[in-house]
Design a protein around this ligand. Sequence first.
Ligand code: MTE
Length: 330
Amino acid sequence: MEFKFKQANSIDYKSVTPEYLFNERRRFLKLGVGGIVGVLSVDSLLADIARELKYKSMSKDEMLKLNGEVLHLTSEELATSYNNFYEFGYSKSDPKKKGDSLKVSPWEISIEGEIKNPMKIELENLISKVNLVERVYRFRCVEAWSMVVPWIGFELRELIKMVEPTKKAKYIQFTTLYDPEQFPMQGGFFGLNIGRNASFLDFPYKECLRLDEAMHPLTLLAVGMYKKRLLPQNGAPIRLVVPWKYGYKMIKSINKIEFLEEQPISTWEAENPKEYGFYGNVDPEVSHPRWSQSSERVIGQRGRIPTLYLNGYAKDVEHLYAGLDRTKLY
Ligand code: MTE
């Protein structure tokens, strides 16, 4: 199915895109293309985007720049074959191999809890109500590897405004679909349906953000990447993307969004609270108990690069954590 989306806005492209490409983008917007977003078909928009960003035509076409460091867009092949999605298995290759069991359409999302407008909404209907944007973000896994991924999605704050949180709402919790028929590991090890408690993680996978983190314009619900719909291995049909947090916060295949008054315990925090916290903020100075977080292996490249505080997005988001002890925000 086709969808319509808007190219990344200037803030985001400026921070990750070389200046000459950013200037191209401004020219593009001046021509008025930005103004008719939502009317163009995805195909014509993709053609324009491909031309504007020149990913395909330049020799170092996939180089992006952030905070003075040169980054490379991770190849689509790697980003869709080296995955963490424990519902499909514990090896990086399992999600791609086993992802076909997930039925991504139709897909209903239940939005509930401390809101004025609770709803169950079909994903395509939700997509028709929001502005899809493309954003190129750094992606840093807690296992100290990283990628750079071009997402397509919408700002989570659009959905939050739609459902009108009550004054009590302080947190927003996301839950992955629970269906052992579609996610073999939810039934137990090796696909044996020996009961939920036999699984390594307590499924369904849950993650949570503070409401102000969720309202930040960088926070996305992604429905696509590399200019296409998400594939099952990457969390189809809809997943969370919060670029300054470790990848485990970026919950996949979401079918429930709940607004809460109290801070809940997320899946990894419940699994091992000494190693995984509520925040999951990327911080090179706060080591994981079993390894340093000061550098990262860039998937698809040789060697390691230094890890940046809040994954390079500190100027945009560090105010959210003013006064809090950094060592407690892992
Ligand atoms: N969401 C669910 N439901 N199940 C998972 O196992 N793994 C997380 C996150 N979201 C996970 C999940 C982890 S640990 C990472 S690093 C990212 O997804 C990986 O996303 P990617 O495979 O698209 O790179």
